[in-house]
Design a protein around this ligand. Structure first.
Ligand SMILES: Cc1ncc(COP(=O)(O)O)c(C=O)c1O
Length: 303
């Protein structure tokens, strides 16, 4: 491991752990803590910091190429890191129909941060981990470009998320986290102590995530780690699907607890946790921690 210096970013670590009063938990003898990873860094909040930090050290100032959709938080975080630490970034964006159109606010921020955007058709995007496709993309990139996979989830990212589990040592019995690729859960579970368990709430429909988490742990640690489980009931129909019930839940949570809730991941996880508490899924006395893995997007400038 090299020593590329991330300290200019001044991350707020360990992230704060805040108790909240919520009668939906209290009436069942449960306590709820919010693990405020959203406060780690304004441009690399939550699991973006945890997953990118070791990758950026490994890249050691070389150009970084990564992948995302037109609204990818991961692309934006990578572009911001490049601007703040002074390394070039290349974003491979799904959808060649976007090329030549005005950039949406998310991609405009990436471009303003100096990221070179490469729009590719959906078939190429799906094949991005095939060696030949990746080699073709890298041919257009500077020599020695470092590749971070979509969503930032690789073995180094999983190792970066171990620290999240360690920060919760002794503080909670069950730790809930929203899952996309499962990289955050894979590392979190490995960092928890014996007797603590992680509960993943997938935001995508499909039922494939358990296998992917096992593969990520295999790649990172050479085998299974920690006590974790998934509850697949709270994706609201799939990625980026929300709906009025989830919106009402999130607004109510914001009003009760005075923090802004990111809708695509964090709201689904909190909704799952409240539902499970109301179903009596946790014995009285259980200390629950909910990881706030991201912050809502600020509205585009000028709006
Ligand atoms: C706010 C937020 N929470 C949770 C996740 C899920 O993380 P992972 O892909 O590691 O499961 C993401 C995706 O990166 C995210 O943006």
């Amino acid at each position: 491991m090299n020593t590329f210096d991330l300290s200019p970013l001044r991350p707020r670590l360990p992230s704060p752990l805040e108790p909240v009063e919520d009668e939906r938990f209290a009436r069942r003898g449960l306590t709820l803590l919010l693990k405020r990873d959203d406060l780690i860094h304004p441009d690399l909040p939550g699991n973006k910091w945890r997953k990118l930090a070791l990758n950026l050290r490994e890249a050691d100032g070389r150009p970084v190429l990564t992948f995302g959709g037109a609204y990818s938080n991961h692309l934006r975080a990578t572009a911001a890191a490049g601007r703040l630490l002074g390394f070039p970034t290349i974003g491979v964006v799904r959808g060649d129909e976007l090329a030549g159109r005005p950039l949406n606010p998310s991609l405009a921020r990436c471009a303003a941060d100096g990221m070179r955007l490469e729009f590719v058709d959906r078939a190429t995007y799906r094949a991005k981990s095939d060696p030949a496709t990746l080699a073709a993309l890298l041919e257009r990139a500077p020599a020695e470009t470092y590749v971070v996979p979509e969503g930032g989830s690789n073995a180094l990212a999983v190792h970066g998320c171990v620290e999240l589990g360690r920060e919760l040592a002794g503080a909670a019995d069950v730790v809930a986290v929203a899952c996309g690729t499962g990289g955050t859960l894979a590392g979190l579970a490995a960092g928890l102590s014996p007797g603590q368990r992680a509960l993943g709430i997938p935001v995508l429909k499909g039922g494939f995530l358990g296998t992917e988490i096992r593969a990520l742990q295999e790649a990172a640690f050479g085998g299974a780690r920690g006590d974790w489980a998934l509850d697949e009931r709270f994706h609201c129909g799939g990625y980026a699907r929300t709906g009025p019930a989830l919106e009402a839940f999130a607004r109510d949570f914001e009003a009760r607890h005075g923090l802004a809730i990111e809708r695509l991941y964090v709201a689904k996880m909190l909704h799952g946790l409240v539902t499970l508490a109301e179903e009596g899924a946790f014995p009285a006395g259980t200390r629950l921690a909910a990881v706030v893995t991201g912050a809502p997007e600020p509205p585009p400038e000028g709006s």
